[in-house]
Design a protein around this ligand. Structure first.
Ligand code: KG4
Ligand code: ZN
Length: 347
């Protein structure tokens, strides 16, 4: 089954074709992402209306480009998948409207995909994919969650952030130290030049039981440290390193705890912060020590992309699930309300 995936929930226009006849990484026939970073940079964050308008401009050319790269025409497609939420309502509507219209014209089924389910399933697009049950760490700009994946589509929340998401903490911390938007990857790059241990920040909520997170206090610790420092280049890099180590350590401690609680030895990591090199290395080390396994998507599939939507949509379409022909998006959407993919097939 060849499925076109469309992602427009925030500031990335993503399009891909996934072919379920070719398992693993080979199934990804083509994928392209257009990032709106330059458009929003001067405002220091995403401007929703500008994001919607840019998706309108970029989406159809990107669909044409992706189909051409896959060597396919629209009529070769068996279905269309699009991000239906959570996300910015106007941006979501651009993708949903386009996907629905395409599916209608081609007389093919279309399915709305939960953006975080897309992230969560992205590691399964790689070769030698893990099979549920496993534990997933979702770390993006809007979410930080530990999820017990009992089956594809059956998700039980184990813990989540009580305030800022991990990516949001990276972005806000970068901003307060004067780094340009979007700060997360810039802060991570700067941390490479930082010396470990020069600044040590707390590992929030690791001193008590539980699987929830809190990152906003860490950001305040950095703010106070940065204000009282000489604000030199090496200091900025050292603080960045201290901050990154604190976030990475906190995530690793909670992941080990979640694996223990769920009785699992397989951890799947997804979302933008999953591209962080130090996090990948630290979780690898943790999993190896436990005699288990950690699975990541390749870094470019950690951040927002159409491939994960094509893949998650393909699994649901293949199970016989699709949505009514209406353009409907869900800007706030709890992943625990999704249906099990196999149940969907039999219903
Ligand atoms: O998953 P994603 O692309 O979008 C959302 O669904 O939110 O995640 C974006 C987030 C941003 O906060 C960004 O700063 C963060 O992921 N991020 C990183 C890195 N690359 C992206 N954070 C730390 N280190 C990175 N290398
Ligand atoms: Zn995302």
């Amino acid at each position: 089954m060849r499925v076109l995936g469309i992602e427009t929930s925030c500031d990335e226009t993503g399009v891909a074709v996934y072919d379920t006849a070719l398992a693993g990484a080979a199934g990804l026939r083509a994928h392209a992402v257009y990032s709106q970073i330059a458009l929003h940079a001067e405002y220091g964050g995403v401007v929703p209306e500008l994001a919607s308008r840019d998706h309108v401009r970029k989406l159809l050319p990107l669909v044409r480009q992706t189909l051409a790269e896959a060597g396919l025409t629209p009529s070769d497609l068996d279905g269309v998948a699009y991000t239906a939420g959570p996300g910015l309502v106007g941006a979501l509507l651009v993708g949903a409207g386009t996907a629905r219209a395409l599916a209608w014209a081609l007389e093919r089924p279309a399915v709305g995909v939960h953006h975080m389910e897309g992230h969560l399933l992205a590691p399964l697009m790689e070769d030698d994919p893990p099979e549920p049950p496993f534990v997933a760490l979702l770390v993006s700009g809007g979410h930080t969650q530990l999820v017990a994946v009992e089956a594809i589509g059956r998700y039980r929340l184990l813990g989540e952030t009580l305030d800022d998401a991990a990516g949001e903490a990276f972005d806000k911390t970068a901003k307060l130290m004067g780094l340009p938007y979007p700060g997360g990857p810039q802060l991570a790059r700067l941390a490479e030049q930082g010396r470990p241990g020069v600044y040590v920040f707390s590992r929030p909520m690791t001193d008590r039981p539980g699987l929830d997170f809190s990152f906003s206090g860490l950001k305040t610790q950095v703010l106070l440290t940065w204000r009282d420092s000489d604000q030199g280049e090496q200091t900025r890099a050292d603080i960045a390193r201290g901050f990154e180590d604190a976030v990475v350590d906190t995530l690793a401690i909670k992941c080990a705890r979640a694996l223990e609680a769920a009785g699992s030895d397989t951890l799947v990591v997804a979302g933008g912060v999953g591209a962080n090199r130090r996090l990948r290395a630290r979780l690898q080390e943790m999993a190896e020590k436990r005699g288990g396994r950690v699975c990541f998507p390749r870094p470019e599939l950690c951040t927002d992309n159409g491939a994960m939507i094509a893949f998650a949509g393909a699994l649901r379409l293949q199970a016989g699930q699709h949505d009514d022909a209406q353009v409907k998006v869900t800007p706030r959407w709890d992943m625990a309300t999704l249906s099990n993919v196999n149940q969907a097939a039999s219903s």
